[in-house]
Design a protein around this ligand. Structure first.
Ligand code: C2E
Ligand code: MG
Ligand code: MG
Length: 566
């Protein structure tokens, strides 16, 4: 009579040695009490799991159980495995696999486990190298993903929920840049320690890389608990980290997804938590955000836009629009700002606000920029001939582009091709770009200046540039943000801010431009306060190249004499 698994199980049931039966794909068919105790006293593992879910193979690279099992069918083997027990402590063991064959037919593997590691001296390395983040001692990305799968199978079987928290530090780059990498490392260690202190022992905490951490809070009852814990983490991480004379401060943004409510796979749960984290960061940082259906919809929309952007690039749907910059003293066009527009096949002409962010996030901004700028230079070249004057061109550079060398290579190429004097190019960077990193920043700004371009600080007033900081930067022009100009008619507070910006520019000896001027009242207020250069719907919306040419021709007084420089 052939042997069956049940018979085998009964035979091994009370053996004092940790013994189990495993099928040829690695599914555990049976484990005896000793085995259960050895891998986890709390019997988290049952016969529904597979070897891969219970054990981590010794070397991070050799995690292919199937090929191991294929080999073990012909020749019994012993491998070093690691168990993460209930409190996420790693224990290394020796697993012996031997096939049981009955009448020439493979029945299953006999799996024997002993808690002696093959090479005890490697144990230290094991925890530090393969599965642990060497700086903080937390689990690393690899261990996290292994335990994540385990958590899913447990929660599924026991019908429990768990939360995935994706945590990213705010302003960490600033600490690293201004105080050095050692200081950055200290902050990361302090954060790791605070996370460990604030969470339960059974929660899994991992450093995923850089300043990113991930947490699994198992067996949660409701989202209220997760909110409370997140609040606590935010409070703890906000506390200053002291090191010698240095005091370092960071914050954190947390995105949360819940199993099984938001997704069933580790990949989706992490993606969702990551997306929610981005939203928290986008909303100002030092906050948490649960993944939600609304956020999901938003992500789907972004995915659609991304696909359409890619098609749009293939079909040359991106064009420059031109908004005149006027000097009220002479009533002349003293410049033109190039603004990207998307001739969307279904939605008409879309303004930059509707797609620039997605293009930047998805790494497509460079291609959009190339398409738009190449046409803008051609156009400006035409106008130089037909209007017999050169209108200085303002070019917007996004945060990421600013730090990429090829952004300026393209501008250099276009300048050479169309023989544009470099002082006819104005580079617009937003104030937030300046907050990025002080060392890189100065170098980049200097490079722009040596190329001969002038630099405009766009959306000025929305960031936090101090006077002292501005003084160090080679900036030529401040552009007052539209949000202040918009309320000039009725908001006394904004009037004060605008006056202050104009005075600041004067103190620094640089020009000032107001954008988004829509009414005569706004224009008059600015003029009274000695800001004479403006752009906005009051003068003209951004125009297609044909309309811009018509605009200039319809105002002959604007075109004839040489233009003012800003
Ligand atoms: P920005 O450089 O501050 O451009 C001004 C924005 O305000 C433009 O929106 C413009 O159409 C709009 N605007 C101009 N006058 C008025 C007005 O009087 N009232 C109102 N309500 N709005 C006005 P747009 O074109 O959607 O661009 C948004 C932002 O996208 C720009 O802000 C700029 O930062 C960025 N951007 C535009 N084109 C490009 C580009 O080719 N490359 C990059 N990197 N960024 C671009
Ligand atoms: Mg601009
Ligand atoms: Mg602006």
């Amino acid at each position: 009579m052939p042997i069956d698994i049940k018979q085998l199980s009964q035979a091994y049931q009370y053996l004092p040695d940790a013994t189990g039966l495993v099928d040829d794909t690695g599914n555990i068919l049976f484990i005896n009490q000793a085995f259960a105790e050895l891998i986890d006293a709390d019997t988290r593992v049952t016969t529904q799991d597979s070897l891969a879910q219970v054990f981590l193979l010794r070397k991070a690279q050799s995690n292919d159980w199937q090929s191991l099992l294929n080999t073990a069918i012909d020749q019994s083997c012993t491998v070093e495995v690691v168990i993460a027990n209930k409190s996420n402590h790693l224990v290394s063991c020796r697993l012996h696999l031997q096939s049981i064959v009955d009448e020439g037919r493979f029945v299953c593997f006999l799996a024997r486990l002993s808690n002696k590691s093959i090479n005890a001296s490697l144990d230290e390395n094991l925890t530090t190298l393969a599965y642990r983040d060497s700086l903080t001692g937390l689990a690393n990305r690899y261990l996290f993903s292994q335990l994540f799968d385990h958590e899913i199978s447990q929660s599924q079987r026991l019908n429990k929920r768990f939360a995935v928290l994706f945590l990213d530090l705010d302003k960490f780059k600033k600490v690293n840049d201004s105080m050095g990498h050692d200081a950055g490392d200290e902050v990361l260690c302090a954060v790791a320690e605070r996370l460990q202190k604030s969470l339960r022992k059974s929660d899994l905490i991992a450093r995923m890389g850089g300043d990113e951490f991930a947490i699994i809070m198992s067996n949660i009852k409701d989202s209220e608990t997760v909110s409370k814990v997140s609040d606590k983490l935010i409070r703890e991480i906000k506390k200053p980290v002291k090191s010698g004379a240095n005091v370092m401060e960071v914050g954190c943004s947390i995105g949360i997804s819940i199993y099984p409510d938001n997704a069933l796979t580790a990949e989706s749960l992490l993606q969702h938590a990551d997306a929610a984290m981005y939203r928290a960061k986008h909303d100002g940082g030092n906050r948490y955000q649960f993944f939600s259906d609304a956020l999901n919809q938003e992500l789907n929309d972004i995915r659609v836009v991304e696909q359409e952007l890619q098609q749009g690039l293939i079909d040359d749907q991106f064009v420059p629009y031109f908004q005149p910059v006027i000097d009220l003293r002479s009533n002349r066009v003293v410049g033109v700002e190039c603004l990207a527009r998307w001739k969307h096949p279904k939605r008409g002409v879309l303004a930059a606000v509707e797609f620039i962010d997605v293009a930047e996030k998805k790494g497509l901004i460079k291609d959009v920029f190339n398409q738009v700028l190449t046409q803008a230079f051609e156009q400006i070249d035409d106008w130089t001939l037909s209007l017999n004057e050169r209108i200085p061109l303002s070019i917007n550079i996004s945060n990421k582009q600013f730090y990429q060398h090829n952004t300026f290579d393209l501008i250099d190429q276009l300048i050479a091709k169309y023989k544009v004097p470099s002082d006819a190019i104005r580079i617009e960077v937003t104030e937030s770009t300046l907050q990025e990193s002080e060392t890189d920043l100065l170098e980049h700004l200097k490079r722009i200046k040596t190329s001969g371009f002038s630099i405009t600080l766009d959306d000025f007033g929305t960031g936090y540039s101090s006077l002292r900081y501005l003084q160090q930067l080679p900036v030529d022009t401040l552009k007052i943000d539209r949000s202040f100009v918009r309320n000039l008619d009725n908001n006394p507070h904004d009037k004060i801010i605008v006056k202050a910006i104009i005075q600041l520019a004067e103190t620094l000896g640089i020009s000032v431009v107001a954008e988004g001027v829509e009414t005569a009242l706004q224009s008059e207020f600015l003029e009274q306060n000695k800001c004479f250069i403006m752009q906005g719907y009051f003068f003209s919306e951004p125009l297609s190249s044909n309309d811009f040419e018509a605009f200039i021709k319809s105002k002959p007084s604007l075109t004839k004499e040489p233009v003012h420089r800003l």
